[in-house]
Design a protein around this ligand. Structure first.
Ligand code: CDP
Ligand code: CDP
Length: 231
């Protein structure tokens, strides 16, 4: 059996990171961790507890609440991946709304939030055999990952994919609102002071605007084989 490695997948919003990460984890028998789900769960907590709203952000109350925010993933065999739990409650569906998407990048700018989540993410990856996707996985969480992938695609392609996904889930939202959210989050994520979204040293860029899910999977699996052979 080949040696287990760490695979870090970063990139812009809705580039297909989690789709790819799930495919890889399933194929390789690795653990998959959606780090974005953790930022989304903290955001959901902030919304539920009056820390953030349309015209306010009580950052200090959120920081003071951090010790009371417990996150964990639980594998759902029916779905084939792990779902996000916040203080014991399954929040997998609640964190995927456009409302949470609207606040999450603001919450993810807070260094205290990042420090807490990064610590938990590093703990989850200490035995390798993990695929994690997010914005700072190859730069901050696992700078020594054996394989780092940086995903890109045009904003319109990404918004279209996300829009179709939300429609399929029955969420009422316009294509324009989804595109606006995707572009706004990219801007905040790439411009923030703490752990901005940048391509990590040694990362391999994949533009999947014209790739199917299968094509992107095959391309990255070939990279995994290449890396594994070189170890
Ligand atoms: O919607 P999408 O799947 O592209 O985003 P996500 O992976 O669920 O992440 C939601 C947001 O969390 C991002 O827009 C970032 O603001 C933040 N995030 C982060 O700052 N660092 C990570 N490692 C993962 C997500
Ligand atoms: O995790 P991230 O936000 O980067 O994206 P995702 O949730 O994996 O993918 C967003 C949507 O794009 C999903 O509905 C995927 O099925 C779709 N997708 C696609 O149509 N073609 C690809 N090559 C990759 C993803």
């Amino acid at each position: 059996m080949s040696k287990k490695i760490t695979i870090a997948i970063d990139g812009f919003s809705s580039t297909g990171k989690s789709t790819l990460a799930k495919q890889l984890a399933k194929h390789l028998g690795y653990v998959y961790v959606d780090s974005g789900a953790m930022y989304r769960a903290v955001t959901y907590f902030a919304m539920q507890n009056g820390c953030v709203g349309p015209d306010f952000f009580d950052k200090q109350t959120l920081i003071n609440s951090l010790p009371f925010i417990k996150l964990h993933f639980e594998f759902n065999p029916d779905l084939g991946f792990a779902e996000m739990y916040l203080n014991g409650e399954n929040v997998e569906a609640a964190i995927r709304t456009i409302e949470v998407s609207g606040y999450v990048s603001k919450i993810a700018e807070v260094s205290e939030v990042r420090a807490k989540l990064v610590e938990q993410q590093q703990e989850m990856g200490k035995d390798k055999g993990i695929v994690m996707d997010g914005r700072d996985i190859g730069t901050v969480v696992f700078p020594d990952a054996e394989l780092k992938v940086f995903m890109t695609a045009s904003p319109e392609t990404r918004a279209r994919r996300r829009y179709d996904e939300l429609q399929a889930k029955g969420q009422e939202v316009s294509f324009e609102a989804v595109l606006k959210n995707v572009v706004e989050r990219d801007h905040i994520d790439t411009h923030r002071e703490d752990s901005p979204l940048v391509m990590a040293d040694g990362a391999i860029e994949i533009d999947n605007s014209a790739l199917t899910r299968e094509e992107q999977f095959d391309a990255v699996l070939a990279l995994v084989d290449q890396v594994s052979k070189s170890l």
